[in-house]
Design a protein around this ligand. Structure first.
Ligand code: NAD
Length: 395
């Protein structure tokens, strides 16, 4: 996937052709992890899922101890033990959650298991960070919200788009009201699953995995996060078109889903417009957004050689986003996956628990990024009928 090029904070304040934004501007950053925490405070984390779940920095966070790891597969259990330098392994999440010496669990199992697994974790009194998406049905969204509110525990969704550096910059610019009154965003996630990679994703040991024929709009958060995670707005209605052909995986998948590409048009709670695409079959790749405002527009770099750019009516553009690594504890200031987002996701969850506050992508933000895709899927099934997205926010 096309990650943004790394740049330094100095590059950020090197504004093209004129007055610089002040460094104080950076301090307005919303949703940042904190660099300085009491080192005596340790969160004991259990990690489940040795695929993507092995790609985080729990072992580097000064406020985190990896207490145990788990995967149903012994090869992946061994991998987790090696990566996180942890000897304690459990054969399943269901066994791991019984361990009284664990405060929080990182759930990196397949998407159809997320809500069931998060509920299992929280019902055992442990905080939870879970991979995207938050869930797959509106009923699951309600159960997730109720479980979080009933238990009072912390929940975070590990949405990588939230901590891509252009997203962090866009969040600052939005908070500083730089875009003006009107904002139109184009947000997208393209993963061209073809050839060998597709086989590896779709089958394991000759059997279909949860990814076989998985519908794009039930995996919307890498895209929707670029609008919801920048503005805090909600996507309140949607009309979505789907595309599919006679591919076998679109005929016999367990989701009864005939689409591999879906394009949605969302209305937002702020009276703005968001166009969101998720495509599995397209000659393009990666997560990308562009935000077109009344006074300022910002374009992420991406596939096809498109460069980063910010243009503004009443001030010079910004040359490049900063890397923001100074916001992390020193041992975590390293390149990580998905545009360096993994280190921020890791530390934000730990920092939230140490500081006894809600994490950046809490249950309400997570559902606000996930539920619009669930409704978009239904809209596609109804040939683009415009449908309301229900709210799961605090009442
Ligand atoms: N950019 C991103 O945010 C990003 C990228 C890749 C994957 N993901 C998400 O991360 C999650 C994991 O992705 P993946 O590619 O590793 O999926 P995967 O299906 O390859 O791996 C899931 C793992 O969970 C294990 N597991 C399932 N149930 C378990 C249980 N009860 N106890 C212990 N282990 C259990 C499985 O054995 C498997 O190894 C998915 O939800 C995916 O959507 C997100």
């Amino acid at each position: 996937m096309a990650d943004q090029q790394d740049v330094t904070r100095r590059d950020f304040i090197r504004i093209t052709g004129g007055a610089a934004l002040s460094t104080g501007f950076l301090s307005k950053f919303a949703g940042a992890a904190h660099a300085q925490l009491d080192p005596a405070k340790k969160v004991r984390v259990g990690i489940v899922g040795g695929g993507f779940g092995a790609a985080f920095q729990w072992h580097l966070d000064p406020n985190c101890t990896v207490a145990a790891v788990s995967d149903l597969r012994s090869d992946r259990l061994d991998h987790l033990k090696n990566v996180y330098k942890c000897d304690k392994g459990y054969e399943s999440l269901e066994k791991l959650v019984l361990d009284p010496d664990i405060d929080a669990v990182a759930v990196f199992t397949g998407a159809p298991d997320h809500v069931r697994h998060v509920v299992e974790v929280m019902n055992h009194g442990k905080h939870c960070i879970c991979a995207v998406p938050a869930g797959m049905t509106l009923e699951e969204m309600q159960l997730l919200k109720e479980t979080k509110e009933r238990t009072g525990l912390k929940y975070m969704m590990a949405e990588t788009s939230y901590y891509r550096t252009p997203t962090m910059l866009a969040r600052e610019l939005w908070a500083d009201e730089k875009f003006g009154n009107f904002l139109y965003s184009e947000v997208e996630y393209y993963h061209n699953a073809i050839g060998m990679e597709r086989d590896a994703l779709y089958f394991w040991n000759g059997k279909p995995t949860w990814r076989y024929g998985y519908p794009p709009m039930l995996y919307p958060t890498h895209a929707t996060c670029f609008h919801v995670g920048v503005t805090g707005e909600r996507l309140t209605s949607v009309s979505c078109l789907g595309w599919g052909d006679d591919d076998q995986a679109l005929q016999d998948n367990v989701y009864d889903a005939p689409f591999c590409n879906q394009a949605a048009l969302f209305e937002t709670s702020g009276g703005n417009i968001c166009r969101g695409n998720v495509f599995w079959r397209v000659h393009a790749g990666g997560e990308r957004a562009q935000w077109l405002g009344e006074k300022m527009s910002m374009y992420m770099a991406g596939y096809g050689g498109r460069p980063f750019n910010v243009s503004a009516a009443d001030q010079p553009g910004i040359a490049a986003p900063p890397d923001y690594l100074h916001l992390l504890p020193e041992p975590m200031r390293i390149p990580t996956g998905h545009g360096n987002s993994h280190g921020f996701l890791t530390h934000e969850f730990i920092a939230a628990l140490v500081e006894e506050r809600e994490p950046a992508v809490d249950v309400y933000e997570a559902i606000a990024m996930t539920a619009p895709g669930i409704v978009a899927m239904e809209s596609s099934r109804r040939d683009g009928e415009r449908l309301k997205v229900p709210s799961f926010d605090r009442t």
